[in-house]
Design a protein. Structure first.
Lengths: 287, 298, 305
């Protein structure tokens, strides 16, 4: 090649790379800035009383315990319903299903569940769980709604994890006399467990942060005490943040940022745990 | 012991099979429910009245066109922001960044993808809208643009994660082959790797747009919710009302079974069908790409 | 019951991550202990009253609930907003005991209630003035009802047409599910005329809450908005309103609401399904007492007497 042509190529490459790195910076930095900004403005509000007390004075003072506990219960409820079902479905797809039209239909269904807008889940939850099945505005209805929403994440991640276990593991187990289920239960699943757990945590993280599905199915503005049964309504962190940033006059800005910070901690904390599990598992992998 | 083992195995296998079909069950259930509660609206409010330009349900104006155009404008704006930046960042992370930076950025982006939308909406009201109003000299900062920016921020991590995975999955041999015949890294990326990862990248873009389309809280807080027909050239810089925000804002007030209730479910049905269309298209494209790739590689 | 779930979950997780158990244990302990500020009644069974509806009244309802809990710890009140329409819909659906409404129940809603066998009973619990507010930088201080109607219906689009600077007018409103919205539509846009069919202009921003309106007005000199007087902070500018051109311009206050000189004042209601019984009746009686009505005045509303 001629010298000028080479120079031109190198120049365009360097320009291109700088452009890309700039784009990445613009993409990553603002969101990072958001987290730092909330951290800075919100941490003055965090105290033991804030995390463990009940709201007072029209929720302008006191703590956000009911919201924290509510989100925790919702996440738990979601896990109870979506984890067994999701992992079982993933096992089916990875171990039992053959590549036919039905399986393709199942996969398309999963992709669709993942893409349905969260407010449509809220509508569905309202229509089915709150009205039709008469659960009312409750933890139960909200958890069920959230768990259907979480299902596709858990199924996809678990299936991928199960598939990544080498076939040789299975073959050896069966050659030693194990049944299919024994192989799955004692060999494949434990090997795939880190990936499955990562998927579960990421799914639950999304459920914990969502507002629209719980808006009509379980969330309450103010409750004087913690929920006692699954049929009680509950306060929840994302809904609480929405309410205090839009409905209450003279709400101290610090309390708003503090609540946002707690929510971010909760959600990103789960994400961090999942990432750590994933990278440690990758290091410890036996294949 | 043999017998009980076989019996247990049988039951468990049946349960697992049933779980496998559950995904189809749920999609069908959701679809049926939306139909059940949404179709009556077509009977109560004629189609011609639904396709008008005034949305004011408490006086029985049920024109859903402003809502559809609002969703379109905000989502399109979000796509215009999210696609270039998302793909750019994905290419950077997958191909250009050194290993240490990659290990840092990839989990960072995934971490940021977990940010709840209500937090972004919250900051949108306090920080973004006023800034937009001052920067662009608009009457108000509560506009479709604010919504698009937030939606873009929400969609980008999805696009980056999936596209980066797709780019990473391109076999090393492609890269090495291209470099061997004298291409620069830059040329390799654009002419070899990106086309090879086309299906994955397309999936990433569609899933990202799907995420933007379905977002509710952030848009409800920053777009102003004015039911205008967003069809002028500068509609992006004016307030708009999306279908998702409409459902979220009005669902609480409707009496079970009223006309308004049915119309809101109809809107939900429309949203469901749109996301269905996007997802089916994405998976068919991917499927066809895969088949073609298999034919080429075999 | 939840304790059992806790234990089971801990047992499962025990096999995986010890850190997770510690976390669970901490949250478990925190949620079960009696931290500072937790109401005494939370551990006793007691009566629950569900209270839902008007966002205008939600803070008032909350203040009442907090005070009543000190007066009568056996009763637990749960308060939710969502708009007057939401509250009345919930009353009709049978999911709440008291619906808060900043407007009267509509004829269609009454019909709906009758078909479900519910007979809504109206109680006036406070009065409220609707304040029209603008940014403090805005030089305009007074408007007639007709001018406000024209601004919100889109006939007047620039502040200079109303005596102000050359700036576009940005109209802010509550959402359609808000009683305040409906009241404003009937009383201001339509000037009280039932046959008038004027609507809000499509450019009107429909914000999901009062705070959204307050925030935007605080930051935006082009904006005009309306809300209950109890929501207007001291730093925003309230417009004096006259019923017709030529009459005097009145600012909203407890006096002007009670002697009916302020043109846009209204009653705030609580609806029950049928005549209230037991705990609900006691609560409603307490709301009309001096104790509760003092809270009304404190929050910027107008007491009933």
């Amino acid at each position: 090649m001629t010298r000028p042509a080479v120079l031109k190529r190198n120049l365009s490459q360097r320009l291109g790379f700088s452009l890309l790195s700039l784009m990445t910076l613009v993409t990553v930095l603002p969101i990072l800035a958001v987290v730092i900004y909330i951290f800075v403005k919100g941490s003055p509000a965090i105290s033991w009383e804030f995390l463990s007390g009940f709201p007072r004075d029209g929720m302008r003072q006191g703590g956000i315990l009911p919201a924290i506990v509510g989100t925790f219960y919702l996440t738990l409820g979601t896990a109870i319903f979506s984890v067994p079902l999701g992992v079982a479905a993933a096992i089916y797809l990875a171990e039992y299903a053959r590549e036919n039209t039905v399986t393709r239909a199942i996969r398309i269904a999963i992709i669709n569940l993942a893409g349905i807008p969260s407010v449509v889940y809220g509508l569905f939850g309202l229509g089915l769980f709150v009205f039709f099945l008469k659960f009312g505005t409750s933890l139960l209805a909200a958890s069920l709604t959230l768990s259907i929403m979480t299902l596709p994440v858990i199924i996809s991640a678990s299936e991928e994890a199960l598939r990544s276990v080498p076939q040789s593991f299975r073959t050896v187990s069966i050659s030693l006399g194990g049944t299919r289920w024994q192989t799955i239960r004692r060999i494949v699943v434990p090997q795939a467990l880190p990936g499955i757990i990562t998927g579960i945590i990421l799914g639950l993280e999304r459920a914990a942060g969502e507002t629209a599905p719980i808006l009509f199915t379980g969330a309450a503005f103010f409750l004087p005490r913690l929920p006692n049964s699954p049929l009680d309504a509950t306060m929840a962190l994302p809904y609480h943040l929405f309410v205090i940033s839009t409905q209450i006059p003279e709400m101290p800005v610090q309390v708003q940022y503090g609540t946002a910070l707690v929510l971010i901690f909760f959600v990103l904390g789960m994400n961090l745990v999942a990432t750590v599990i994933r990278s440690r598992a990758r290091a410890r992998r036996q294949w | 012991m043999e017998k009980s083992l076989n019996w247990r195995e049988y039951v468990i296998t049946r349960l697992i099979k049933a779980s496998g079909y559950s995904a189809i069950l749920f999609v069908a259930l959701i679809f049926l429910f939306l139909l059940k509660e949404g179709l009556p609206a077509l009977g109560e409010v004629s189609l011609s009245k639904l396709l008008t330009t005034r949305w004011y349900p408490i006086e029985n104006y049920f024109g859903i066109l402003p809502l559809i155009t609002g969703t379109l404008v905000v989502t399109l704006g979000a796509a215009l922001i999210a696609i270039p930046f998302g793909l750019g960042a994905a290419i950077f992370i997958a191909e250009v960044a050194p290993r240490w930076l990659r290990e840092l950025l990839k989990p960072l982006v995934e971490l940021l993808g977990g940010l709840p939308s209500v937090v972004l909406g919250f900051l949108g009201i306090l920080v973004l809208s006023p800034s937009l109003r001052l920067l662009l000299n608009l009457p108000t900062g509560l506009t479709a643009l604010a919504g698009s920016l937030l939606l873009g921020a929400i969609a980008i991590p999805t696009i980056v994660s999936i596209a980066e995975d797709a780019l990473d999955a391109v076999p090393k041999s492609y890269r090495e082959g291209a470099l061997a015949i004298g291409a620069t890294a830059w040329q390799t990326i654009w002419r070899v790797i990106l086309p090879a990862a086309r299906s994955g990248v397309l999936t990433a873009v569609m899933l990202g747009i799907g995420r933007a389309l379905g977002e509710t809280m952030a848009v409800m807080m920053v777009t102003g919710n004015a039911p205008v027909m967003a069809t002028r050239w500068n509609s992006l810089f004016m307030p708009a009302r999306t279908m998702t925000a409409t459902i979220a804002a009005e669902m609480g007030e409707v009496a079970n079974g009223s006309v308004h209730y049915h119309v809101l479910f109809l809107i939900g049905l429309v949203l469901f069908l749109i996301s269905l269309a996007v997802n089916v298209t994405a998976s068919t494209v991917v499927f066809r790409q895969k088949k073609r790739a298999e034919r080429i590689l075999s | 019951m939840f304790i059992l779930v806790w234990l089971v979950l801990s047992a499962i997780i025990w096999r995986m991550k010890r850190a997770a158990i510690c976390l669970l244990a901490i949250v478990f302990l925190v949620s079960c202990s009696s931290p500072a500020g937790q109401p005494v009644s939370s551990t006793q069974p007691g009566v629950i009253i569900q209270n839902k509806g008007s966002d205008t009244m939600v803070n008032l309802a909350l203040a009442w609930a907090e005070r009543y809990q000190q007066v009568n710890p056996q009763v637990n009140l749960s308060v939710t907003g969502g708009g007057s329409g939401t509250g009345i819909a919930a009353l009709i659906n049978g999911t709440v005991d008291i619906a808060n409404a900043s407007r009267q129940i509509k004829p269609e809603e009454l019909d709906e209630a009758k078909t479900k066998g519910i007979d809504p009973v109206e109680h006036v619990v406070a009065r409220d003035a609707i304040a029209v507010i603008v940014n403090p930088e805005n030089p305009v201080s007074q408007l007639t009802l007709q001018q406000i109607s024209d601004i919100y219906s889109g006939k007047i689009t620039n502040w200079k047409e109303a005596g102000g600077q050359d700036r576009p007018i940005v109209c802010l409103s509550r959402e359609t599910n808000s009683g305040t919205h409906v009241y404003f539509l009937e009383t201001v846009l339509r000037l009280g005329d039932k046959k008038n069919k004027t609507l809000f202009s499509t450019e009107t921003l429909l914000l999901p809450s009062s705070e959204g309106i307050i925030n935007e007005i605080r930051l935006n000199p082009n904006a005009i908005g309306y809300d209950g007087l109890g929501y207007v902070p001291k730093d925003l500018k309230v417009i004096a309103i006259s019923k017709k051109a030529g009459e005097s311009y009145i600012l909203p206050s407890i006096t002007t609401v009670n002697d009916n000189t302020y043109p846009i004042a209204r009653d705030l209601y609580m609806y029950t399904a049928g005549q209230p019984q037991g705990a609900v009746a006691a609560y409603l009686e307490w709301i009309l007492s001096k104790d509760a009505q003092d809270i009304v005045a404190q929050l910027g509303f107008v007491p009933v007497k």
